[in-house]
Design a protein around this ligand. Structure first.
Ligand code: HEM
Length: 258
């Protein structure tokens, strides 16, 4: 059986040529002290993002709105924590400035997903949320009224508004998010993981590469980011949120909420 699976794997790999790059990434050395809980938030954001993709697709088939809704709150929170961690550890500096800039777009897109997602329920929250969004957009000098019309698909909040936000929530922003997450991860793999900030250890452009590569490292697969505890951490938190929501709902939430 094992030989047969091996042969099938070999058949695919000869055509896909994926085993070598995957092995290379898994063996890629990263600083030893990055095997720490401080570094889990990027992969936690990735895990929650993948969960959102799966629950979003499932929502088209069955009613699991609470999981997707709480997952979205959780994704916003975890992306903000990840952003705070990389900033506090100085990972936004040379040579990771572009990783940070792509990250800023990822944050804007995550917020865009949360906003457009809220509209999907098309209830009172969606209506008043849209009202606030439209009045903010209307304040843009000169083109404000045109932006509002473009946003709402007409002069008022109506069916056309929902179609527009559906297209943004289901096609446009997720497509861009997938592309930008791919780019973000490519840079993380290419540039390696930022080290702990240490008093007196100044990052100098001229010597950075030699110093970074000169320090002993461990393969990335041994560092915390690929360990199953991170997946458990992310899923565990999502589930905690889910149960918390359940308790709230049974105490005071009306059935129209999530
Ligand atoms: C959808 C949202 C995001 C996902 C899925 C994501 C994913 C990741 C992953 C998996 C890593 C490598 C592991 C780590 O160091 O934590 C990483 C690193 C990084 N991310 Fe993000 N990220 C997101 C948003 C952001 C945001 C909003 C920012 C900042 C504005 C940001 C800036 C960075 C930087 C600078 C690094 C390099 C950190 C280092 O080398 O230690 N990311 N990201």
């Amino acid at each position: 059986m094992r030989i047969m699976i091996g042969k099938i794997g070999e058949w695919f790999d000869r055509r896909l040529q994926l085993a070598a790059p995957i092995r290379e990434v898994a063996e890629h050395p990263v600083p030893r002290n990055t095997a720490s809980w401080f570094y889990v938030f990027g992969s936690a954001a990735l895990t929650v993002f993948l969960l959102q993709l799966v629950t979003g697709i499932l929502l088209a088939l069955m009613f699991i709105r609470a999981m997707h809704g709480w997952g979205s709150n959780f994704m916003v929170a975890i992306v903000l924590i990840h952003m705070a961690q990389v900033f506090l550890f100085g990972a936004h500096k040379y040579p990771r400035e572009l990783t940070w800039i792509v990250g800023v777009f990822l944050l804007l897109m995550t917020l865009g997903m949360a906003f457009t997602g809220q509209i999907m329920r098309f209830d009172q929250d969606a209506y008043w949320g849209l009202g606030i969004g439209a009045s903010i957009a209307s304040r843009v000098p000169i083109i404000g009224p045109a932006v509002v019309k473009l946003m709402l698909g007409g002069p008022i909040i109506a069916g056309a508004t929902l179609s527009r936000f559906f297209a943004l929530h289901v096609f446009v922003i997720p497509g861009m998010l997938i592309a930008f997450v791919g780019l973000h991860l490519l840079m993380v793999i290419k540039l390696g993981i930022n080290e702990w900030p240490m008093p007196g250890r100044i990052v100098k452009r001229a010597t950075y590469e030699a110093e970074y590569l000169g320090r002993p490292g461990s393969p990335i697969r041994q560092s915390s980011r690929l360990r199953p505890n991170q997946i458990t951490f992310s899923c565990g938190f999502t589930l905690c949120f889910h149960s918390f929501r359940h308790r709230l709902k049974h105490r005071s939430f009306s059935s129209s909420h999530l």
